[in-house]
Design a protein around this ligand. Structure first.
Ligand code: GLA
Length: 734
């Protein structure tokens, strides 16, 4: 007799299987997708299907027998969590050294439990056990039905008499048996974060990884896209968008096996990461978060956006503050009076908040450049004789909120902190120090350092309860990885990378327990950090220090595959040669901010910005909470176009830009077909964000049906004279 279970509110409970008994089928389903696992007569658990959900759950039982792969390979490729050291010679998901020094591991299916915390989510927990050693592995699959999102992680429990060393401990081990796989990985460097690169996967393994410790995503990203059967397309084809939600070293292995199927093993990078698990203890891996779509990357992104806003990003369905930041306006050169002037500029501009950046702290070692002061979080008395409290009050008097920059995980060797607590610093005591931006990383595996970091934030809020915002930066990578704390406590040094990240999360957990709502921006010298674990604690993130607006069109496009616009901070700066309108229009596609000397704006530029901020306030709800459609890719066209549609389809926005001057007279010769509208509705179309003294070339208020706009389209008339255009599309209610 075969047994099957699938996620349904009607069939919940613990299901056991006994050796030699029937085969068990477990279907992890979302609204349109299913991952089917099956335990055979020997209780070996395999992935037998990743594809469209079947109408009749009983049909999942018959999937495995439809494949006829020749025998005689060196391993079983589709193991649900491949153990090392016994009969399976393919790349393992888990590799351990038992308490007695033995390296072998086998994992047999024991039971599974399906629970349904609410109507939209399910949690499947599958227990596997080594028949010889008392080591248990639990595979978890959490699904969000409507959004087609799956979060997968693993818990490894040591029930042996002595410590077990986890040499490798993946989060997920997936298997896809489609034909032809195309991987888009996102790699880059400082100012060139998240550059997409698509390649056809051929037999063998393609690895994307990071060993940078902190700021782990500087060169490579744990975000990826797999397209099945052909290169990824925006509106058709089956694609998977995934991310290892972990703010430290990661490894993504894409292996096309000898059957030309795809094995995907992702998790914490095993590099320098052997983890000793004491008896009675469990280790929980980070999560792999992914979504699948049969209608291309556009739908997959919208699924992730909806999921992130509703379930993951802090206050994802809430509001955000527009701001004026002083970093590029003053760098380290400011004092109380200068700042008071900037508060007034912020108010005049019309933003909600002023954000004071780097340079406000350090006395014995003043933070007047990036050589000194990091770690000494006391106001610099020369620059700020009356302290932060005074600034908060002054800002309030000027009519704006006040936010502040910190970089609490780091230290300059020229600081009191370094002199006082050398043992808190990650460094090899016998080797010369190696600096990244003149700084070193504090050892967050040490609970005292965790308290110190928590204290920086707690102190700021305790003294200044009206502080409205924190920008949390993290500029250095970890060189010379070594922890004095781990050494003192006889904990292996290979725990450092993992304990660092766990320590960081635990500090953030404490901060959020005490200050649940205060908006916080995650920054890492640009886009070195942004993942769906750390974003539980942050309302937004800084994608790159590169604010050149043409580059931003591409960057924001690429980030939008994985993150909703409400989470992406986009500031108008003086980078690039584009006019202010172009820069403001591009930044208006995310969470808008300014980092300019507002007082130096010409009369017309200022008037334009003031009106553009008013306009932004009128449409921000659609950008933050609506559905995003990537209409014209900057990679394939001289013009780029992005549309946002409100949930009820009553209003939409079309952003369009000329980003290349090659062979262009009119960049939008053809109309752009809109998406996501209601065909039966009538919409009035109006160009907004017009620069003073200019007129739209479009007929103001012209009415079209949704049907027309989606099938024929709308031409924003982007050309040399009109390099950026924003069009508001509002339902006409009679
Ligand atoms: C990093 C950030 C910038 C700014 C500086 C301050 O480079 O990305 O936005 O805050 O640090 O030193």
């Amino acid at each position: 007799m075969k047994s099957i279970s699938f996620i349904s509110p009607f069939l919940l409970g613990l299901i056991f299987s006994f050796p030699g008994q029937s085969q068990t089928t477990i279907a992890v389903e979302t609204a349109t997708y299913a991952i089917v696992l099956q335990a055979d007569k020997e209780n070996m658990l395999s992935t037998v299907y990743c594809g469209n959900k079947l109408d009749a759950p009983a049909d999942y039982n018959g999937i495995a027998e439809t494949s006829r792969y020749p025998q005689g390979n060196a391993g079983i490729y589709n193991n649900a969590y491949t153990p090392a050291g016994t009969w399976n010679l393919s790349e393992p998901a888990i590799q351990v050294t038992h308490a007695d020094g033995n390296h072998s591991l086998d994992l047999k299916y024991v039971s599974h439990l399906i629970t349904k915390p609410d109507a939209n989510t399910s949690l499947t927990a599958i227990t596997l056990q080594d028949p010889v050693y008392k080591l248990t592995v639990q595979l978890f699959y959490k699904t969000w039905n409507k959004e087609n999102v799956i979060e997968q992680w693993t818990e490894i429990s040591n029930k042996e008499q002595g410590p077990v060393v986890l040499q490798k401990y993946a989060s997920a081990n997936l298997y896809f048996s489609n034909k032809d796989f195309y991987l888009t990985s996102f790699q880059g460097e400082y100012l060139k974060e998240l550059q997409p690169m698509e390649e056809k996967l051929l037999q063998g393994t393609r690895t994307i990884d990071s060993k940078l410790g902190t700021r782990a995503m500087l060169l490579a990203s744990p975000n990826f896209m797999v397209s099945f059967g052909g290169p990824a397309k925006e509106n058709s084809g089956t694609v998977m968008l995934g991310q290892l939600a972990w703010s430290g070293n990661f490894k993504l292995d894409f292996e096309v096996d000898s059957y030309k199927n795809l094995r995907l093993i992702t998790g914490i990078n095993p590099y320098e990461a052997a983890y000793t698990l004491q008896p009675g203890k469990s280790f929980k891996t980070p999560s792999l978060v992914y979504t699948l779509s049969n209608t291309g990357t556009g739908e997959a992104s919208r699924q992730l956006h909806n999921w992130a806003r509703k379930y993951r990003l802090l206050d994802g369905q809430g509001e955000r503050l527009t701001l004026l930041n002083n970093w590029e306006a003053t760098y380290f050169d400011f004092d109380e009076n200068k700042l008071s002037g900037l508060f007034k500029d912020a108010k005049k501009l019309g933003v909600d908040m002023f954000l004071l950046d780097d340079g406000w702290f350090g006395n014995r070692y003043p933070r007047n450049n990036d050589n000194a002061g990091l770690g000494d979080w006391q106001e610099n008395v020369k620059k700020l004789p009356h302290g932060i409290g005074y600034l908060v009050k002054e800002a309030k008097a000027a009519g704006v909120k006040f936010g502040i920059w910190i970089e609490p995980e780091m230290v300059n060797p020229q600081s009191d902190l370094y002199e006082k607590h050398l043992d808190w610093v990650i460094r090899q005591p016998q080797r010369p120090e190696k600096y990244y931006r003149n700084q070193l990383v504090l050892d967050l595996s040490n609970p005292e350092v965790q308290n110190f970091v928590f204290g920086i934030v707690d102190d700021l809020f305790t003294k200044n309860p009206e502080l409205a915002f924190v920008k949390w930066d993290c500029n250095a990578v970890i060189y010379n990885a070594y922890s004095a704390y781990l050494n003192k406590n006889k904990i292996p040094q290979t725990h450092l990378y993992t304990e660092y990240v766990k320590g960081l999360y635990s500090v953030l957990e404490r901060i959020r327990a005490k200050y649940p709502k205060v908006p916080m921006m995650l920054c890492s010298g640009g886009g070195g950090r942004a993942d769906y674990e750390i974003l539980k604690y942050f309302t937004e993130f800084w994608p790159s220090d590169n604010t050149e607006p043409i580059e931003r069109i591409f960057l924001q496009w690429d980030y939008s595959y994985f993150f909703p616009s409400i989470a992406i901070d986009c500031h108008v700066t003086d980078w690039g040669k584009q006019p202010i309108k172009f820069r403001v229009d591009v930044a208006s596609m995310g969470k808008l901010g300014f980092d300019i000397v507002a007082a130096k704006l010409s009369e017309n530029d200022l008037a334009f910005c003031q009106q553009a901020i008013k306009n932004y306030n009128s449409f921000k709800d659609i950008v933050w909470h609506g559905d995003q459609y990537r209409l014209l890719s900057p990679y394939e066209n001289t013009a780029a176009a992005i549309e946002y549609v409100s949930e009820d389809k009553s209003s939409a926005l079309l952003f369009s830009y000329l980003h290349s001057n090659r062979f262009v007279i009119n960049a939008t010769e053809r109309p752009i077909q809109l998406k996501g509208l209601d065909a039966a509705k009538k919409y009035a179309v109006k160009e907004i964000n017009l620069y003073p003294g200019t007129k739209s070339t479009l007929e103001d208020g012209k009415i079209y049906s949704g049907d027309f706009l989606m099938n024929v389209g709308l031409n924003p008339d982007v050309n040399y004279g009109r390099t950026s255009v924003i069009i508001q599309i509002n339902e006409v209610v009679k």
